[in-house]
Design a protein around this ligand. Structure first.
Ligand code: FMN
Length: 197
């Protein structure tokens, strides 16, 4: 049986959670990053493809490789964040299907010959997994700063060389400093975005 989360949990995940641009001087530990993946990985994907791949950037050397590839406006906050996640989609996710989807006999072989389908499936499903990742981070008390402003080809070459992974989003992680928040922008109301038909 599942029950609705209490108001504090809903606020932490959604209504009070913000996209952060400045960071308090409080570390994010490797153990927290492991917990983050161990929570986010349970979100559903089509055929259980699980195409999201993550490089957590924490060392000064890795950060020095990343910073020049960020858009100018994203560089300072990425330099200051306690951890940075490079979130990519593995176009060759099908090679893991014998492990991940043993119930789908022959799926890996079929998808091997369908690169366009793998492009679409990896984009959709890793995108979903990025959503789970952001909410898992918030559930663990971390703040997020997702970004699409970076040189994607250069990030791919620097962080995913020798793989079929393509970067979708880079996300700063830490404990946000409210002083760096932008004004909250509105969202679409139910009647603007939805209909019950
Ligand atoms: C996929 C994605 C890409 C984004 N790219 C950038 C970016 O490159 N630079 C930036 O400053 N903010 C970026 N943002 C932040 C959004 O503008 C922000 O999440 C949105 O306005 C909601 O803000 P709020 O969570 O504080 O309400 C991005 C957010 C997402 C989800």
């Amino acid at each position: 049986m599942t029950a609705e989360l209490d108001a504090a949990a809903l606020a932490q995940l959604f209504t009070e959670a913000r996209t952060h641009n400045a960071w308090r001087d409080e570390p994010v530990t490797p153990a927290q990053l492991r917990r983050l993946h161990d929570l986010a990985k349970w979100g559903p994907t089509a055929m259980n493809t699980c195409p999201l791949r993550v490089r957590f950037v924490q060392s000064p050397a890795a950060r020095a490789r990343l910073l020049p590839l960020m858009a100018e406006g994203n560089r300072a906050k990425t330099a200051a964040a306690p951890a940075v996640a490079v979130l990519g989609r593995d176009v060759d996710f099908h090679t893991r299907l014998p492990q991940l989807a043993p119930h789908m006999a022959g799926a890996a072989e079929r998808l091997a010959g369908q690169p366009a389908a793998r492009e679409a499936m990896s984009t959709l499903n890793a995108g979903l997994q990025i959503g789970y990742f952001l909410l898992a981070a918030r559930a663990l008390g971390l703040d997020c700063g997702p970004m699409a402003g970076f040189d994607a080809a250069a990030v791919d070459a620097e962080f995913w060389a020798g793989t079929a992974v393509k970067t979708l989003v880079i996300c700063n992680l830490g404990h946000g400093d409210p002083a760096g928040l932008r004004p909250r922008a509105p969202r679409l109301d139910f009647d603007d975005a939805c209909a019950i038909v």
